[in-house]
Design a protein around this ligand. Structure first.
Ligand code: GTP
Ligand code: SPV
Ligand code: MN
Length: 639
């Protein structure tokens, strides 16, 4: 039997393999009993039933998303050792989870796009032939939930019932995933009720791949963080299905996030004429009470959460948070590009988050948080690198070992994360619940770049803006497996998340020009908080001081700030970027905007080589912009 092709309730039933004795709601024939079930949707029911037959859990639990359910699950996980309750005086309602040491980040090498034709996945994705992958998945999922509970988790990405919202159902054998999905999405009864017969939903099957009973009935003990060395994060963009096996961590396992809201949604968006992007979303209010909405794409662990919760150092400016990771952007009836955050919570990087860098996040983390892979203090609180200047004298590290400041190991894993409801964020904007989103005034692209990329530059038009997105590269972070620090191309910060051919994706971005009124198209900027001087020092103070760049961008949108042309776009005119009160050497400011034509010509060569992989699917306009940049650089002018 193959998973995934099973959403059609009318198809023939073939004899199913026997299943082990059931405990509770599982009927004698292995079918979840229909009476008392919270839905009559035949497509959902038959898919759940078929998945249960394949994976053979002891019981099936339909999740309602209630507080009581969350409390039951967390209590269960405390008993099983998956969660450590934190000191209720220090961190009320909060827990620490420690993952297996081999299950700490997204696994890009095991992330698959199974489109019928290889060329539709393109050179940036791991392609698999769909039927062959289904066979393989059927093999690994067979019996994978033996001895466990299978949870059915209905959820909505975006407010339930909203015009741009999408529905999904995740099946999982991980209570940690259920609890996290409740925080990260609109999960439970309301979402299930919205999945009426005939309503499309994305079926997403997840198993940690650690059955407690084997094929011949022998049992084994559970472990605090069950997972499997063999991992799959598999997508069928054409039939809009997701299968994830072997990992309990983040984007591998919370399938509404990267798998649905980016990889599957990007394929939907291409077909339907919108954009599903790896972007934060903020509402900025100027001292004159003008409102601007900015979306910004930075690669994983490159500052989206920080910019999303920015506390401006410039007086009179206010930033409110709408999203920190994903934005869905649709051409609106008003001729604008309108964006919403499909998520309901934040799964943010802990290390580097502190009172001096992101005080809004620190306030957000005061209660009702699930922390994963941070360190535990002796009084039952949490700590990670960058939370305080002085580390505590003793900690229990993310693997449960004794830790002292001189032990030579980090206390928290570099990709340690917090999971918290958006409602906890002190700067949350009421627009997070606006079903039709907010109009986007500007889009920012950024990455970690020690060299070449200026602090800020403005694209002259949409075409150059798309080129800016296409040419993002960034030093790799701990958010995915692989060598940290290595520079890699990461177009639109979507390299690991575009569910189809990257060349077609560039073309789709260009086509937005024809879908949104010219006056309604956002302006596009590139930013870089991570430029370093010759001595290796960061040149820009970053964090709250990024408000100075935000101010220049908003003033450009208003038409009141000056700019000068460069081959890379418009940069602030002398004096147009407010640097008042910053202890920044003139030399450093110059270096933040320095343009070395030789270094850039080398970068253009690399880009040309990279883009060559996209073959005929690379839009001519991108090639044209590359040629234009080369010309401008060699002519030494800013045409
Ligand atoms: P994902 O959740 O992985 O998609 O990433 P994100 O972009 O939301 O990551 P996040 O904002 O949590 O970035 C985390 C890292 O970036 C932390 O180590 C921060 O300290 C660092 N960071 C954020 N903003 C700045 C900045 O302005 N300057 C510098 N130097 N570091 C920053
Ligand atoms: C990222 O890696 O971009 C994340 C974290 O936002 S995860 O959800 O694990 O993908
Ligand atoms: Mn992300």
């Amino acid at each position: 039997m193959t998973p995934g092709v099973t959403v059609d309730p009318t198809r023939d039933r073939t004899p199913q393999p026997p299943v082990p004795a059931a405990r509770e709601r599982t009927g004698a024939a292995g079918d979840p009993r229909l009476e008392g079930l919270p839905t009559r949707n035949g497509a959902v029911l038959s898919w759940v039933r078929d998945t249960a037959r394949l994976t053979q859990p002891d019981e099936v639990v339909w999740c309602d998303g209630s507080q009581a359910e969350f409390d039951r699950l967390t209590a269960l996980m405390v008993r099983s050792g998956t969660l450590v309750p934190l000191n209720p005086e220090k961190r009320p309602g909060s827990f620490l989870a420690r993952s297996a040491p081999g299950d700490v980040a997204r696994v890009e090498s095991r992330t698959f796009i199974a489109s019928r034709r290889r060329e539709d996945a393109g050179p940036t994705n791991n392609w698999r032939e769909p039927e062959a992958l289904r066979e393989e998945l059927a093999g690994v999922f067979a019996g994978s939930m033996r001895g466990r509970t299978m949870y059915v988790v209905p959820f909505s990405m975006g407010p339930v019932g909203g015009p741009f919202s999408r529905l999904g159902v995740q099946i999982t054998d991980s209570p940690y995933v259920v609890a996290s999905m409740r925080t990260m999405t609109r999960m439970g009864s309301r979402a299930l009720a919205a999945i009426t017969p005939g309503t499309p939903f994305v079926p997403a099957v997840h198993s940690v791949g650690f059955p407690l009973v084997d094929a011949i009935g022998r049992s084994r003990e559970d472990v605090p963080w069950p997972c499997n060395d063999l991992k799959y994060v598999a997508h069928f963009p054409e039939t809009r299905e997701i299968f994830s096996f072997g990992s309990g961590y983040g984007g591998n396992a919370l399938l509404g996030k990267k798998c649905f809201a980016l990889r599957i949604a990007s394929a939907m968006a291409r077909e339907e004429g919108w954009l599903a992007e790896h972007m934060l979303l903020v509402k900025v209010t100027s001292p004159e009470q003008e409102v601007f909405h900015l979306a910004a794409a930075f690669p994983s662990a490159c500052g989206k959460t920080n910019l999303a919760m920015l506390r401006p150092t410039l007086p009179g400016w206010r930033v409110e948070t709408i999203g920190d990771d994903i934005a869905w952007m649709h051409p609106g009836p008003d001729g604008r590009l309108r964006a919403l955050n499909p998520e309901a919570g934040f799964f943010g990087v802990a290390p580097g988050t502190g009172w001096s860098t992101n005080s809004a996040a620190m306030e957000m983390l005061r209660e009702d948080v699930i922390f994963t892979n941070v360190a535990l203090t002796d009084d039952g609180d949490v700590w990670w690198e960058g939370m305080t200047d002085e580390p505590p004298a003793h900690l229990t590290d993310w693997q449960g070992r004794d830790w002292t400041p001189d032990c030579g190991r980090p206390a928290a894993h570099p990709n340690a994360r917090f999971t918290v409801s958006a409602k906890r964020c002190p700067s949350i904007a009421e627009e997070i619940d606006a079903p039709d989103g907010v109009p986007v005034d500007a889009i920012l692209f950024g990455g970690r770049r020690a060299g070449n990329v200026p602090l800020v530059a403005e694209a002259l038009d949409w075409g150059q803006g798309v080129f800016m997105g296409a040419t993002v590269s960034s030093e790799r972070t701990a958010a995915a497996e692989g060598a940290v620090g290595e520079l890699r191309h990461d177009p639109f910060a979507m390299l690991p998340f575009t569910g189809y051919h990257m060349g077609d994706y560039f073309a789709h971005w260009l086509s937005m020009r024809d879908r949104v009124a010219a006056a309604g198209l956002p302006r596009v900027y590139s930013v870089n908080w991570f430029r370093r001087g010759g001595d290796g020092r960061l040149l820009w103070p970053g964090f709250g001081e990024n408000s100075r760049v935000v101010e220049w961008i908003c003033r450009r949108l208003e038409g009141t700030a000056g700019a000068r042309h460069t081959p890379l776009g418009n940069v602030p005119a002398d004096g147009a970027l407010d640097l008042d009160g910053l202890d920044l050497a003139e030399q450093d400011v110059a270096e933040l905007f320095a343009l070395d034509p030789a270094a850039w010509l080398a970068e253009v060569d690399h880009l040309e080589e990279y883009f060559a992989r996209f073959g005929a699917r690379l839009p001519d306009e991108i090639t044209g912009h590359l040629a234009l940049l080369r010309y401008r650089l060699s002519a030494g002018q800013a045409v």
